[in-house]
Design a protein. Structure first.
Length: 479
């Protein structure tokens, strides 16, 4: 692995030419707007903000860390490849070999460079953005992890669940039902046992990535990270909570969860691109300890209208998972899977297959739409032939427009798995929606009579691009 903490990760990113450093930006809305501009573009740069308005030099924030294939590759130690499907394929291979590795508990960490207790704690010493004008507050926890321990089973979870500052030593957090942190939190709530919690607001992006993807129940994310790194992750035991905390973190708090004095939390933008869940009362954490490195760096990753940072890296990872699950379910000859980033890496799923028999396309679509990794909050599933790269939107839309006939090639599956974040469900109604399955493959029965495609062969195009592409598409146009 080429990095051991966020700072080394930033150096590597700078060396790849994918880092921009901006000085003098305002924490109030400007950092949020800049982050939106860069995350909307494919392979937009990571941005390191320094000398933020009202804050001392060195108190920094990194945004948009995981939205380029090069940087996702750096973070997961996977070669970025030439195309999206290359990366999905490489990650699929790598993922199968990952075995969780227990962490290495160490005594020392740069976190101990600055330690505050009780009334000396002031969360406003960090340049936490107000990301968007409609947000309910300043969100210090976006690329963060919330650390909790299961009171019965003992295992520790690191989950990315948003954190908003209420005052100098109080934060609010929101975990939706079913998430590991919520299951653990509710065990304390339901039995009246005191609940301690830690949170890390800055760390290398692999910690964030692990906190925000579906690492299986019962597997601590730090063991998954160890597996990805092929080496135990160094952690410390929190002095106040005893919880397992990344030793390489930048800013960490520990405290008590208070259930009986909830405060208003949200609204905050969701991955669908809306404020779908309104402001509500949520438990708070009274912070008892604050640790930070000298010149600390917040890792920021606000969700919001796609394409957003979380859509980019989760499309790669989730597409690989769906592909695996389709294979396990016995669907042959899947050639590619891609969740469009514009659908928040869930709502629009494209599968390409080499059609083998009648009904193959329908089988692929139904399995893709209902396998575990693809089932939650989907909408559209499009199946295309293997001459179409499912990650190239223009090609997918062209195939759909020319190879499907709406009257016969669209099926609806009703009453599927959705949830309160789904913007099409009326507030207060149950969490069910439907799937449209679009068979955009050439009709199987008369495939051989389908008009041939009007383009040069792939070999001719590749050879020509090799010869002339540099002059045509980059530089100053001179040979
Ligand atoms: C930037 C970002 C913000 C997120 N915010 C929340 C949140 O506020 N609440 C929540 O329940 N899930 C949130 N998620 C989704 C969870 O991180 C994700 O479902 C993860 O798998 C949860 O960890 P768990 O599997 O250990 O429960 C967010 C994800 C990302 C990428
Ligand atoms: Mn988990």
């Amino acid at each position: 692995m080429e990095f051991r903490d966020l700072r080394e990760w930033i150096s590597q990113t700078e060396a790849m030419g994918e880092l921009k450093t901006l000085k003098g930006c305002d924490w109030n809305l400007e950092i949020g707007a800049i982050t939106e501009l860069v995350m909307r573009r494919e392979d937009g740069p990571a941005v390191l903000f320094d000398e933020i308005k009202d804050y001392p030099k060195g108190y920094r924030l990194l945004a948009n860390s995981l939205s380029s294939r090069n940087r996702i590759g750096l973070t997961l130690n996977v070669p970025p490849g030439e195309s999206k499907m290359d990366f999905v394929t490489a990650w699929r291979d790598r993922y199968k070999k990952i075995k969780p590795i227990p962490p290495k508990v160490v005594k020392d960490s740069p976190l101990f460079e600055n330690v505050y207790e009780e009334k000396d704690i002031d969360l406003f010493k960090f340049p936490t953005p107000k990301w968007d004008e409609h947000d309910g507050g300043r969100y210090i926890g976006t690329g963060s992890i919330d650390i909790t321990q299961d009171p019965d089973e003992g295992w520790i979870n690191w989950g990315t669940y948003r954190v908003m500052i209420h005052d100098e030593n109080t934060v609010g957090f929101y975990i939706s039902p079913g998430k590991h942190g919520r299951i653990q939190r509710d065990k304390y709530l339901n039995t009246g046992r005191p609940c301690k919690m830690a949170m890390s607001f800055g760390h290398d992006p692999l910690v964030f990535l692990a906190g925000s993807i579906e690492v299986p129940y019962g597997v601590p994310e730090y063991e998954f990270i160890g597996g990805v790194r092929d080496e135990a992750l160094e952690v410390i035991k929190g002095e106040y909570s005893g919880l397992t905390i990344p030793a390489n973190a930048e800013i960490v708090v520990e405290g008590d969860v208070i259930f009986d004095a909830p405060r208003s939390e949200g609204p905050f933008g969701e991955w669908t691109g809306y404020y779908a869940s309104a402001e509500r009362h949520e438990p708070i954490v009274k912070i008892k300890r604050l640790y930070h490195r000298n010149n600390p760096i917040i890792l920021g990753s606000p969700p919001g209208r796609p394409p957003a940072e979380l859509g980019w890296y989760r499309s790669y990872l989730r597409s690989a998972l769906i592909w695996d699950e389709m294979e396990k379910a016995g669907v042959p000859d899947v050639k590619g899977v891609w969740l469009m980033v514009s659908g928040g890496s869930r709502l629009v799923l494209v599968v390409s297959i080499k059609q083998r028999y009648p009904g193959h396309a329908k089988q692929a679509a139904v399995v893709a739409s209902q396998c575990h990794a693809g089932a939650y909050l989907g909408r559209y599933v499009i199946v295309v032939d293997d001459d179409i790269d499912p990650s190239v939107t223009d090609d997918v839309i062209w195939a759909m427009a020319t190879r499907s006939d709406p009257a016969t090639d669209i099926d609806i599956i009703r009453r599927c798995w959705s949830g309160p974040l789904d913007p099409i469900i009326q507030p207060g109604k149950k969490g069910l929606n439907s799937r449209a399955i679009i068979d955009a493959c050439r009709p199987f029965e008369w495939m051989s009579e389908f008009p041939p495609v009007a383009e040069s062969s792939r070999e001719v195009l590749q050879a020509t691009a090799k010869k002339w592409g540099k002059i045509l598409f980059s530089g100053n146009g001179k040979a």
